[in-house]
Design a protein around this ligand. Structure first.
Ligand code: A3P
Length: 297
């Protein structure tokens, strides 16, 4: 059997299907505990999002805002990605303020960050677009379980027994509950669709939350440099992938496919009417007690 034909392993931990990042593959519990017990600084910012919600995009915006400069950081998001960074101690070498990022559910966020009342930015995206984005992402990857057809994939993603990171519904409801109950850490929610439609306004809202006094021309430049086309180009030409290529020589090839289409509503090109009805029924049931706003258009 060819190396690439081998069925990739799926990591299952506490009802979550986790990507086969080396630290999770080695010992998922250990890495999640390292995250939970991470030594935090008061000015750390943690970006949380369900996979394919626009994490890379918002991370770049946040990095620029924290420097108050519309300049690309040379590092890639994976450099401060809590689940995949090969050695978690390397986070100690990042200069403050750090923009850490994770797809971990709220219960696994660093305890100390919550106790510090640290800033948490939470990105929400239409789960139908997430399904499409994830389908193509997994289809491009040689070392992850490959989806068969989109319909089967969608059923697995939203109705399967072991969904990624515990599933979109559980993930978002856990953050919603934390946001309602949390007295120390204030979770700030931003929507993929709002940033796409109104980048200036949303970048200003983010700056306010981050206590960054940013000038209008810098905001405009950040919006421009973080537009899909420019960010994709910067990612391909300016970024230092060494943190990941050290452990996987093909990491750049795989990660560059993160910038696929960058649009709102691609789900309409992939959901059939029947799939959409089934999704909507499930969504209604799952979210009946939730006030989370999801922008389907
Ligand atoms: P698509 O696959 O729909 O294109 P994540 O970073 O959480 O993995 O999310 C990836 C999704 O965000 C991909 O969605 C990607 O194209 C999109 N994305 C990345 N940068 C973007 C940008 N500047 N503007 C809009 N979408 C962006």
């Amino acid at each position: 059997m060819e190396e690439t034909d081998k069925k990739p392993e799926m990591i299952v931990f506490e009802g979550m299907a986790l990507p086969p990042f080396p630290p999770l593959k080695q010992d998922a519990k250990k890495r999640l505990e390292e995250i939970r017990n991470l030594e935090c600084r008061k000015d750390d910012v943690i970006l949380v999002a369900f996979p394919k919600s626009g994490t890379h995009w918002v991370w770049e915006i946040v990095c620029m805002l924290l420097k108050n400069k519309a300049e690309y950081v040379k590092e890639i998001k994976e450099f401060s990605f809590l689940e995949s960074i090969p050695d978690i101690k390397a986070l100690d070498d990042i200069a403050s303020p750090r923009a850490l990022n994770t797809h971990a559910p709220y219960r696994w966020l660093p305890k100390q960050h919550l106790e510090n009342g640290g800033k948490i930015i939470h990105v929400v995206r239409n789960p139908k677009d997430i399904a499409v984005s994830m389908f193509f992402h997994l289809g491009n990857s040689k070392d992850r379980p490959r989806p068969t057809d989109f319909k089967t994939f969608c059923e697995m993603l939203y109705m399967g027994p072991v969904p990624p990171y515990g599933g979109w519904y559980a993930f978002e409801k856990e953050y919603e509950q934390a946001k309602e109950k949390e007295t120390l850490a204030a979770i700030f929610t931003v929507h993929y669709e709002s940033i796409k439609k109104n980048p200036i306004q949303e970048i200003k809202r983010l700056a306010k939350y981050l206590d960054v006094d940013v000038k209008d021309d810098v905001v405009a430049e950040i919006a421009d440099k973080c537009s899909f086309r420019k960010l994709k180009e910067a990612d391909a030409t300016l970024k230092d992938y060494s943190v990941m290529t050290k452990v996987n020589p093909k990491a750049k090839e795989a990660l560059s496919k993160m910038y696929r289409k960058g649009e709102i509503g691609d789900w309409k090109n992939h959901f059939t009417v029947a799939m959409n009805e089934r999704f909507d029924a499930r969504f209604k049931e799952e979210m009946k007690d939730s006030k989370i706003e999801v922008q389907f258009e």
